[in-house]
Write a protein that binds this ligand. Structure first.
Ligand code: UDP
Length: 323
């Protein structure tokens, strides 16, 4: 059985669905501080904070856990800039408790949710995994430090791990069972779609003076189903005795904020009011992945390679939720 921490969140819940579709048995631990029970498509559910050692130990006692996918974390760059203590407590403290409970129960295989935010401002594009790690935010730093802790646990205690460095997750399950659901919403594509549906008055562009072709931030958007697939492949890699390591997950193509808005306009056929605002603290100008290592070593092949298809599934989910 696979333990998924944070399995009620956006990427976690899509990965649980992918695991179930691939025939795995899954148990989810989530405190529902940001996730939603409705997104968890298994009855094996434990509502607990990952910093709660007793509750985590009880879950390991109750279920025959062989490996862990660790998503549970706080995930907002601007929030982490405003409140770093909370981010280190949950993201670092929670990971340490989880690792110690794993160790106590002799579970040593882990797939870790890392992030492109660990790189900071890129010195090379697209960004390969051996790019310098210089996070610009406490969120990015919390992920970078966790990766180093995992390497220590691998060396000292025989853990094996894969860190998956996500670029920008987008889209929803194409069958419409689950989708992106944050409250409040802070990610670009759902915000733009909320403006398209009239749920918010306008989209604010955070910064129009970046050194990018149109002055707005550029990101590499990757469909959440392709991310979920990569987790299943990472698990298989570890189960087959594969080496520990880190992998970028992205398409390798960047879209600016203005381009995202334009694609959303096309897909929805709606007017999208826009305002230009200042930069958001902690945001790099451009993040684009070199994800060839994951393709080569994990045999990962993303299926959704253009932004339109990601926005289409996100829009379908939003309309279903609203109806
Ligand atoms: N962004 C924006 N307006 C918003 C939300 C995001 O202009 O209301 C920009 C943000 O500055 C970044 C990009 O959109 O350049 C993607 O931001 P998001 O929060 O979705 O993901 P992040 O890259 O921070 O993980």
């Amino acid at each position: 059985m696979i333990l998924v921490t944070g399995g009620a969140g956006y990427i976690g819940s899509h990965t649980v669905l992918e695991l179930l579709r691939s025939g795995y048995e899954v148990v989810v631990v989530d405190d529902l501080s940001a996730g939603h029970r409705e997104l968890v498509l298994t009855d094996n559910f434990v509502q607990a904070d990952i910093r709660d050692r007793a509750a985590l130990s009880a879950a390991f006692q109750q279920y025959p856990i062989e490996a862990v996918l660790h998503f549970a974390a706080l995930t907002s760059v601007p929030e982490s800039v405003a409140d770093p203590g909370r981010y280190y407590d949950v993201n670092l403290g929670g990971t340490l408790v989880l690792l110690e409970v794993m160790r106590a129960f002799g579970v040593t295989r882990l797939v870790f949710s890392s992030s492109a935010a660990i790189y900071g401002d890129p010195q090379r594009l697209p960004i390969p995994e051996d790019h310098p790690i210089r996070p610009k935010s406490p969120y990015g730093r919390s992920k970078a430090v966790c990766e180093e802790i995992l390497a220590d646990y691998a060396r000292a205690y025989g853990f094996s791990y894969v860190s998956l460095r996500y670029f920008n997750a987008a889209g929803s399950d194409p069958e419409g069972k689950i989708g992106e659901w944050h409250e409040p919403e802070c990610h670009l594509i759902p915000i733009v779609l909320e403006a398209a549906s009239g749920k918010r008055p306008y989209v604010e562009i955070f910064g129009t003076d970046y050194e990018t072709p149109d002055g707005t931030g550029v990101r590499d958007y990757i469909h959440v189903v392709d991310l979920a697939q990569a987790h299943v492949l990472a698990l298989e890699h570890l189960a087959a005795g594969g080496e520990s390591g880190a992998y970028n997950l992205g398409i390798g193509r960047g879209y600016s904020v203005r381009e995202v808005i334009e694609v959303c306009r096309k897909v929805t056929g709606r007017k999208i009011p826009v305002r230009e605002g200042p930069r958001r603290p902690g945001d790099p100008a451009i993040l684009v992945a070199d994800a060839r290592r994951a393709q080569r070593e994990l045999h990962w092949q993303p299926r959704y390679t253009n932004l339109e298809s990601m926005v289409e599934t996100a829009w379908a989910w939003m309309r279903r939720r609203e109806s």
